[in-house]
Design a protein around this ligand. Structure first.
Ligand SMILES: Cc1cc2nc3c(=O)[nH]c(=O)nc-3n(C[C@H](O)[C@H](O)[C@H](O)COP(=O)(O)OP(=O)(O)OC[C@H]3O[C@@H](n4cnc5c(N)ncnc54)[C@H](O)[C@@H]3O)c2cc1C
Length: 495
């Protein structure tokens, strides 16, 4: 059918762009419909956390993004508490501060190079789905809305998602914070290469260095109740920072200002038949904690390989998206909401108790490690069936591999499952290279281990075993490959 496309993504924000690159790299026909006329120069998000950097490393673009920003290994919290990220496991023990448009630029370049089409100036107005596919209605620059068919559609169209509305889904929640001031500024007396966060007397202040001499300031004052279109008054911003942080750090020369409000909401269903929601279309919360874009990118990484399998005819993995990502979205809403409410405490004794709690938690190494892992996304793990190996559902570290490409995250750049075996075994190699050819990369662990693990394309362990008896292990591997990668291909015996 002319004009038919395999997958339509609505929205070229970070979530849609990561998905577009993954799906196009897997050989699918991908079209992104974006209502903006051209690329974004928006700087909402600026904190890229460690787990997101790992996902970008698995796509070969982490280095490019790192070159655009500042690495911040220490977060300065209210009451003198400090959260140390420098002991996080992995290659990225810090949060990267870089403008959102840089993340989008890197992901746009990757998606286009992989063959995705991005149609700017195309606004989706609605959709209708049937058993065979979805018709997406979109109006372009040069004409009225027309329908296009797709096998699957993902609504990555942000907080005011048209796709979510078209599915008739509610977006329950509540208003979180109003009259938040944003500004990109210079500071005469900067707080150093750390994120400065403070909350006192009904005011909240936050400063992050962009690494180019400018800082992003975010501040609000609980007494203010102004609409988003009321311009930011720089004197008001300075006064709010002084209340929250004790100083305005000599703030001057704002190059850009904006005002916004945010809600805490989550959609109950991330999937309705052939249509999925991801990123801000599925969940929104206040920017406290710098999580929104990170969670959206992780949604995309969780969904893309499931859609690749579905396009191959294996639809059994699609429901895992809701099962795994809805609880993560819920946890982020709760965590960010708790931080927001903590920041807004007004009574002096409550603020003192909050600050003492923060100092106690960040000063107790096991607790501080837990918080650092939660904030960075490194600690995210998915539920595993009862009786599974202890690694199942957990983040796979970037282990060394014996032979090219030398490490796990580099092997994951092919977008396939990676079977890491404890030792070379021709029977296992045969399974991966013949019966599951093109779906699995088989590699021998670079360090001594008893564990054989099947790692999903999003870097989580699908299945693992410590079985060492060759026949037993081969049977388990065969079952795991069938469960996760679909049935084996039929190989004709040699004539
Ligand atoms: C002040 C502030 C600071 C923040 N800081 C951070 C941070 O430090 N770290 C972090 O992780 N997150 C942060 N966030 C949140 C982050 O910006 C968002 O979570 C992120 O942009 C969500 O990405 P997305 O791709 O899901 O949606 P969006 O970025 O909203 O992209 C959606 C896209 O869909 C397009 N679109 C919408 N409707 C249609 C339609 N009908 N047809 C076609 N296209 C459509 C839009 O034009 C847009 O390009 C912050 C947010 C704010 C407001």
């Amino acid at each position: 059918m002319p004009g038919e496309t395999n997958i339509v993504l609505v929205g070229a924000g970070p979530t849609g762009l990561l998905l577009a690159g993954d799906l196009a790299a897997a050989g699918l026909d991908v079209t992104v419909l974006e209502r903006r006329a051209d690329e974004s120069n928006l700087t909402r998000a600026f904190a890229v956390h460690a787990r997101t950097l790992e996902l970008l490393d698995m796509r070969g673009v982490a280095g490019e993004l790192l070159a655009t920003g500042t690495k911040v290994p220490l977060l300065r919290l209210p009451g003198g508490a400090r959260l140390d990220l420098s002991r996080l496991p992995g290659h990225f023990p810090y949060v990267l501060i870089t403008p959102q448009y840089e993340t989008e630029r890197v992901l746009t370049d990757r998606a286009l190079a992989a063959g995705a089409r991005i149609e700017y100036g195309t606004r989706v107005t609605g959709l209708r789905q049937d058993d065979d596919g979805v018709t997406v209605y979109a109006a372009g620059r040069d004409g009225p809305a027309r329908g296009r068919r797709a096998a699957y559609v993902v609504g990555a169209d942000g907080a005011h998602s048209t796709v979510r509305d078209a599915l008739g889904l509610p977006f329950p929640g509540r208003a979180a914070v109003r009259s938040v001031m944003l500004a990109d500024v210079r500071l005469t007396d900067p707080p150093g290469d750390v994120l400065a966060v403070g909350a006192a007397r009904g005011a909240f202040g936050f400063l992050a260095p962009f690494g180019d001499g400018r800082h992003r300031a975010i501040a609000w004052n609980d007494d203010a109740d102004l609409d988003d279109d009321v311009p930011v008054d720089v004197d008001d911003l300075r006064a709010t920072l002084r209340r929250a942080l004790g100083t305005d750090h000599g703030l001057h020369d704002p190059s850009w200002t904006s005002r916004f409000h945010s809600d805490e909401r989550q959609v109950p269903r991330y999937r309705v038949h052939r249509v999925f929601l991801a990123g801000d279309a599925a969940h929104v919360h206040s920017p406290v904690g710098g999580q929104g874009m990170n969670v959206g990118l992780q949604d995309a990484a969780n969904l893309s390989w499931r859609l690749v399998a579905a396009a191959r005819g294996d639809t059994g993995l699609l429901d895992g998206y809701q099962r795994e990502r809805h609880p993560v979205g819920r946890a982020v809403l709760l965590g960010s909401g708790a931080m927001l409410r903590g920041a807004r405490l007004r009574a002096a004794p409550l603020r003192a108790a909050r600050d003492a709690l923060l100092r106690a938690v960040t000063g107790t190494p096991p607790l501080a490690r837990r918080v650092a892992r939660a904030v960075s996304g490194i600690g995210i793990a998915y539920d595993a069936p009862r009786g599974s190996h202890r690694l199942t559902g957990r983040r796979a570290p970037d282990v060394a591999l014996d032979g090219p490409p030398g490490r796990l995250f580099a092997a994951l750049r092919e977008g396939r499952f990676v079977l890491v075996v404890a030792a070379d075994d021709p029977a296992v190699t045969y399974l991966a290279t013949r019966l599951w050819a093109g779906r699995v990369h088989c590699a021998v662990a670079g360090a001594a281990t008893r564990t054989t693990a099947l790692v999903r394309p999003d870097g989580y362990v699908a299945w693992a075993t410590d079985a060492t008896a060759p026949e037993h292990r081969a049977a388990e591997i065969r079952a795991a490959l069938t469960r996760w990668c679909g049935p084996p291909v039929h190989v004709r015996p040699a004539a």
